[in-house]
Ligand binder design. Structure first.
Ligand SMILES: [Zn+2]
Ligand SMILES: [Zn+2]
Length: 814
């Protein structure tokens, strides 16, 4: 009989799989994706079955295969399909497999293994004949003791290990394993139902009793007592009475927790599709009906009706009995979309974002895993949802940077989505008004299929543009130009709404000493602090720490500091001066960090309680405000100041998105762009609303400089609390990288090593940061390179003093 070997990964930074034999009594219970208890050194640990092998596997010599201790889950917590996806993620993003799987599971379901000690029957007999110790006395008295607790008790700690070893060898003491239940559990509520037909005569006497019985008769299945209390007087008394009489049965029944974020919107009749929308449907549908992998890029300007296409595609997928996964970039976007999706898909819909409580997430996840919900609308991490029989993946605003996770597992949800679709052999639809250059390039090379929707729904005209050259602005404030002020006044007087966009929150950008030029910086990060007027403090936008505004320059101790630059908080104050008494709503991370607050603010705009909406990029995306006719971009240059080859791309994408907020109703929109660089090609592209023209220019320059999408990038980020240690390790890692690169080029594989250099933010949360960029011409070359470097790294002790993060296809450069 071939032996069944379980390949197990543990939920820690261990890179390799472990192998265990499967005891006969567990052979029926082991399944890929189930959690198991395993011996690991002298401890017990939690692991997950990564694969099952019939017969011998190649294990390193000297490794002793031990048996699994127990199977924890009665059914797998992660599907085999997702396990395979995690395997790919682990190797592509260089992240330990156990931690990848952990990221794919909802928080709070972790189980802690507990080890109990107890006397065996042999031990019990022997103890009677005289052997005694504190440990034995305790076990006689309390039947069993938790090992983890004993280790913490001073009386036991010293002797415990020796004695345990001795008594275990003698067979007097044994270990019993149990698991502490997870932190997040299902919720139950007290519910009742009829157990037998009530005696009509008995109930005739009392009105409350009559209505209770009526409710029970009409309710059929379990009814929560909480609901009955609303309409029935003395409800609890009568419930107790009927339960005692055996007329009703009471029990704790599970109640599902739902997302409470959806806005209520009046029922909408689905609009009929335009010819362009229909063309998209016709291209994608065959791939849903006869499943096959194909990536589509739907390029449509804002207002072209992409959402309706998504809804229809999901509808068709559901009709085929399959599931659909719809990814959206940010929580604000998902709350508005949620209402639309809920209207169409009702109880089939599950939503997934960070604003949900762990309990809601847990319930939704279990429903998805059980196959009860087939339509999932969610942010980045919903790419890990265990949708059964997945039939389509849709990634809206595919260019959005929030799909990239910037810490720990640095994955890009769009790229993972493409891999998932291709492994499953199903279509994937990427949508955007401003597609990423990467995706556009894939269309040119025919890897993706490009579907354009050139017009807006109902042929609404695109907004008109006015560029204001801030260098020539005289008089008034240098924040809101005369032209913008005039338009603002007119718009509000006409009963219309205006939106002012500035991608920087706070009041002043930084505090400067006019004597020595010192800028007040964060004590933990090498970035300037932003002044927030409401709390009268300086705040770090990277680590969140705060400090009061110093009276004098902390460096030279001369004169008072001056506030320089401005953020959304300051804009709000300026608008109050221009339009006293006008309704103003400001949306940024200071006012709308909670989804609930965000909804309240958005509602104020939608119900026209606000005349002016001021905000950061949080308001740039997705929202449909039909009464906004004026959009003012307060400083179109902010994003351009970043030293990143993607700065132009992200600026154009953001500005076009903001401009797209104007004139989504019946009245045409106007956009005012304030800039110090009116001739810059990004500003010109926005004004002409010609994204493709911009892309042509940008792609040509990227090709010349051999930047992505013509090459692939990888960043090695070295961090440590000590500056010298970080710098030295970065230099060491760079020379290791160059050795590896030389070796690869002998095999005709080429990568370029750039750096090391201090990262743009040289210190973050008290850790110094250096980076090395690796450029590769194919993905395989980069993969071989990083495997070679990782192997070498392990042999260098100095590198153990720093943290090295691998960032594949990096998006941000800070
Ligand atoms: Zn100074
Ligand atoms: Zn900081």
């Amino acid at each position: 009989v071939a032996e069944l070997i379980s390949e197990v990964i543990v939920f820690s930074a261990l890179e390799k799989s472990l192998y265990y034999s499967t005891p006969p009594e567990l052979q029926d219970k082991v399944r890929v994706g189930s959690r198991v208890l395993i011996p690991l050194g002298r401890k017990e640990a939690m692991g997950l079955i990564y694969a099952l092998h019939d017969g011998p596997v190649a294990v390193p010599a000297g490794v002793n295969i031990r048996p699994l201790t127990a199977v924890v889950d009665s059914s797998p917590v992660i599907t085999e399909e997702l396990v395979a996806l995690c395997r790919w993620i682990s190797s592509y993003y260089f992240y330990p497999p156990g931690e990848v799987v952990q990221a794919a599971l909802p928080a709070g379901i972790e189980i802690t293994p507990l080890t109990f000690l107890r006397l065996t029957s042999v031990g019990r007999e022997e103890v009677k004949s005289g052997y005694s110790s504190e440990l034995v006395k305790l076990l006689v008295r309390e039947e069993r003791a938790l090992l983890q607790e004993l280790k913490g008790k001073p009386d036991f700690r010293k002797q415990l290990r020796k004695e345990l070893e001795l008594l275990e060898k003698k067979g007097w003491i044994e270990r019993v394993f149990e698991c502490r239940p997870p932190a997040v559990r299902s919720r139950t509520v007290k519910s009742v139902r009829l157990a037998m037909p009530p005696d009509p005569a008995a109930s005739a006497k009392n009105e409350s009793l009559r209505s209770l019985i009526r409710a029970l008769e009409q309710g059929g299945e379990w009814i929560p007592v909480r609901e009955l209390r609303r309409s029935i007087k003395n409800c609890d008394y009568w419930v107790r009475k009927l339960e005692a009489d055996g007329v009703l049965q009471a029990a704790e029944i599970e109640e599902l927790r739902e997302s409470q974020c959806a806005q209520s919107i009046p029922p909408v009749v689905p609009p009929s599709l335009t010819a362009d929308q229909n063309a998209v449907m016709e291209a994608v549908l065959p791939h849903i009906e006869r499943p096959s992998f194909q990536a589509f890029l739907v390029y449509g300007v804002t207002g072209s009706g992409k959402t309706e296409i998504y809804l229809r595609l999901v509808e068709e997928t559901v009709k085929q009995g399959k599931g659909a996964l719809v990814l959206v970039p940010e929580i604000a976007l998902s709350t508005q979309l949620e209402a639309l999706f809920r209207q169409r898909f009702g109880a089939r819909l599950a939503v997934w974002h960070s604003g949900l409580s762990p309990g809601v997430r847990y319930d939704q996840w279990r429903e998805i895993l059980a196959g009860k919900r087939s339509v999932i609308l969610g942010v980045r991490s919903s790419i890990f949802m265990p949708v059964s029989n997945l039939g389509i993946i849709i990634v809206d605003e595919e260019h959005d940077a929030s799909y990239k996770q910037e810490d720990r597992l640095r994955y890009h949800a769009r790229d993972v989505a493409l891999m998932r679709a291709s492994k499953l052999g199903i279509p994937i639809v990427l949508g955007s008004a401003t597609p990423s250059l990467q995706s556009l390039n894939h269309c040119r090379t025919k890897r993706y299929h490009l579907l354009s929707i050139p017009g807006r729904v109902l042929d609404r005209p695109l907004p008109t543009f006015q560029v204001v050259d801030m260098r020539r602005e005289r008089g008034g404030s240098r924040i809101i130009s005369n032209a913008l002020r005039k338009e603002l006044l007119e718009t509000v007087q006409n009963g219309e709404q205006a939106l002012l966009f500035l991608n920087r929150r706070g009041f002043a950008t930084f505090y400067l000493c006019p004597e020595c030029g010192n800028v007040v910086q964060c004590l933990h990060c090498s970035v300037s602090l932003t002044y927030h007027q409401k709390d009268d403090c300086l705040r770090c936008h990277y680590c969140g720490s705060e400090r009061p505004v110093p009276d004098r320059c902390p460096d030279c101790d001369h004169g008072a500091l001056t506030a320089v630059g401005f953020g959304t908080e300051r804009i709000e104050e300026e608008v109050k001066k221009i339009l006293p008494g006008a309704g103003i709503v400001r949306i940024d991370r200071d006012t709308a960090s909670q989804p609930r607050n965000m909804l309240k603010l958005l509602d104020a705009v939608r119900c026209r309680r606000a005349d002016v909406l001021i905000g950061t990029q949080m308001i740039a995306k997705g929202h449909d405000f039909p009464h906004i006719t004026l959009v003012g971009v307060v400083n179109a240059d902010t994003a351009l100041q970043i030293s990143d080859f993607r700065a132009g791309e992200s600026t154009v994408q953001l500005l076009m998105q903001v401009a797209g907020r104007a004139g989504r109703g019946e009245k045409p929109g106007r956009v005012i762009l304030q800039t110090y660089n009116p001739q810059h090609y990004t500003i010109r592209s926005v004004v002409n609303m010609d994204y493709m023209e911009f892309c042509k220019e940008e792609l040509a320059s990227r090709e010349k400089l051999q930047y992505p999408p013509y090459t692939r990038m990888l960043k090695l980020l070295v961090t440590a609390p000590n500056e010298g240690v970080t710098r030295d390790a970065a230099h060491l890692l760079a020379s290791l990288s160059r050795e590896a690169s030389d070796l690869l080029s002998e095999h005709n594989r080429h990568v370029a090593v750039l750096g090391p250099a201090p990262a743009p933010v040289q210190k973050l949360n008290n850790r110094f940061r250096w980076h090395i960029y690796i450029k590769g011409w194919t993905s395989q070359d980069l993969q071989l390179f990083i495997e070679a470097v990782m192997d070498r790294m392990k042999t260098v002790p100095q590198l153990r003093r720093v943290q090295i993060a691998v960032d594949r296809d990096p998006v941000s450069s800070f």
